[in-house]
Every structure is written in structure tokens, then in C-alpha cells.
Design a protein around this ligand. Structure first.
Ligand SMILES: Nc1ncnc2c1ncn2[C@@H]1O[C@H](COP(=O)(O)OP(=O)(O)OP(=O)(O)O)[C@@H](O)[C@H]1O
Length: 240
């Protein structure tokens, strides 16, 4: 179970972009998170994946509180997540051939010996042919690079996947292919999923439950009631 409780987070002191957000992903569950642009979905997703330290609130992984963020998170917690972002070019080192990009997490965790076999397996699963694996990011399409980023996210067999608008810039067939890769992986491993997006049709089809931002987080300070009444408490009802 992945639990975020009363998370407040942002980028500047005293100016949170996420206020009092609570969200739960049960083991093996797929939860879609929908909301208007700029409301804070990506920020919350980054907090969930231990990539962004919240100003307040807690993140709990299978009953164990998160014990650090980014490189300060203990390895066992950090590697429990596979994360795929919207823009593969911003999350891929342009110097690395796709083979090395996919192998990055294995190398970083001292598992070089497994890398060749695991990359072959992941390339086959994500539909990357051997010739593509020898190319660098600027020599492949966005869709091909996103396939490699998804393969990288799966390399350490994470217990949770966080897909932040993973398919937003892709065509329908690549979107379907990548969703199918995630679903095959989840069937095989029982991993949970937090999928952030703008497309209710896709999230409703893909996920067990879709939650709307208003049900997850309090309103931002500048839209809170002017009379000083507290914002309504978040509720956790999702709907399909
Ligand atoms: N690195 C950053 N530094 C400062 N402000 C940021 C940073 N990243 C995001 N923000 C701001 O935080 C707010 C929430 O951004 P976030 O990306 O979490 O929203 P979002 O709901 O995911 O938006 P979208 O759906 O457009 O991707 C926005 O006002 C954004 O400008």
C-alpha cells in the first residue's frame, strides 16, 4: 500500500502548490489522477515517488514511513518506484545509447552482470528492435525514446509505477502499446500504478479507479474561501 497523507509541497517557502493532499494506492491497484493543468498533479506524483520532499505530510510504503527523498531515500525505498515522465527528452541523458539508458538503474545499483539480459528482455517487451538500442536519443523518435524510458523504469522490477502523463505526446497506437506493456508488467508482478493524466477516457479504461484533484487536495490558498473558513477536507472517493 502506498499512502500519502496530508501532503503539502511546493517549490518556494510558504507558497505550496499542493495543499493537504491525501491519496492511497493499494497493493496491485491502478489509480488514475485527473486534474486541470497546473493544479499540482506532477508535484504530488513526484512526492509519491520520493523525488520531491514535501513541506508537510507523510508518505508510507507498505506501512513503512518514507525515510528520505531523492538520493537520500534508502535504496530499498527509492528502487521500489519506477517513474515515467511526459517528456522523454528531458529525462534521458542525450549521451547514452538506448541500451545504456535502459541499463542505468542496474548499473547504479551494482547489478551490471544482469544488465545485458535484462535490457534484451525489456527491449523485447517494449517493442524496441536491437538496431534502436545502439542509437542515442536524438536518433530515435519520441515514441521510441518513451519506450526506452518505460523499459528503464521497469529495469529494477519496481513495486509501484508512477506514470506522469506518459502518453501525452504519443499517437494512439504507441499509447496503446505502452499501456499494454505496463499492464503486462502489473499482471506479472502485482505492481501498483499511479497514472497522472488529462484524458479521462484513457484513465478510466486503464485504471481500477480514477480520482479527481478536488477529491485529493485542498484548494490552493488563493482560491480558499475569503471568509477564512477552512477548506473542505479531502475525501478519497474515486469514480470511474
Ligand atoms: N520546478 C518548479 N519550480 C517552480 N515551480 C514549479 C516547478 N514545477 C512546477 N511548478 C509550478 O507548480 C505548479 C504545479 O505544477 P505541476 O507540474 O505539479 O502541475 P500539473 O497539475 O502536473 O500540471 P500539468 O497538468 O500542466 O502537467 C504550477 O504552478 C507550476 O508552474
Amino acid at each position: 500500500m502506498l499512502e500519502l497523507r496530508h501532503v503539502t509541497a511546493g517549490y518556494e517557502p510558504r507558497r505550496p502548490v499542493v495543499r493537504d493532499a491525501s491519496l492511497t494506492v493499494a497493493a496491485g491497484e491502478a489509480v488514475g489522477l485527473l486534474g486541470p493543468s497546473g493544479c499540482g498533479k506532477s508535484t504530488l506524483a513526484r512526492v509519491a515517488a520520493l523525488l520531491h520532499r514535501p513541506d508537510a505530510g507523510t508518505v508510507t510504503l507498505d506501512g513503512e514511513p518514507a525515510r528520505g527523498w531523492r538520493h537520500r531515500a534508502p535504496r530499498a525505498q527509492r528502487t521500489a518506484f519506477g517513474v515515467v515522465f511526459q517528456q522523454p527528452r528531458m529525462s534521458a541523458d542525450p549521451r547514452l545509447r538506448l541500451h545504456d539508458l535502459i541499463a542505468e538503474p542496474l548499473r547504479a545499483t551494482g547489478r551490471r552482470a544482469e544488465a545485458a539480459d535484462r535490457v534484451r528482455e525489456l527491449a523485447a517487451a517494449t517493442g524496441l528492435t536491437p538496431d534502436l538500442l545502439t542509437r542515442r536519443p536524438h536518433e530515435v523518435s519520441d515514441g521510441q525514446l518513451q519506450r526506452a524510458c518505460l523499459a528503464r523504469a521497469l529495469a529494477l522490477r519496481p513495486r509501484w509505477l508512477v506514470c506522469d502523463e506518459m502518453t501525452a505526446m504519443l499517437d494512439a497506437s504507441t499509447t496503446a502499446a505502452l499501456v499494454a506493456v505496463v499492464e503486462d508488467y502489473r499482471r506479472e508482478t502485482g505492481a501498483g500504478l499511479l497514472a497522472v493524466g488529462h484524458d479521462p477516457a484513457l484513465l478510466n479504461r486503464w485504471c481500477d479507479r480514477t480520482v479527481h484533484w478536488e477529491a485529493v487536495a485542498a484548494a490552493p490558498a488563493d482560491t480558499a474561501p475569503a471568509d477564512g473558513r477552512p477548506c473542505p477536507p479531502p475525501d478519497h472517493r474515486g469514480h470511474r
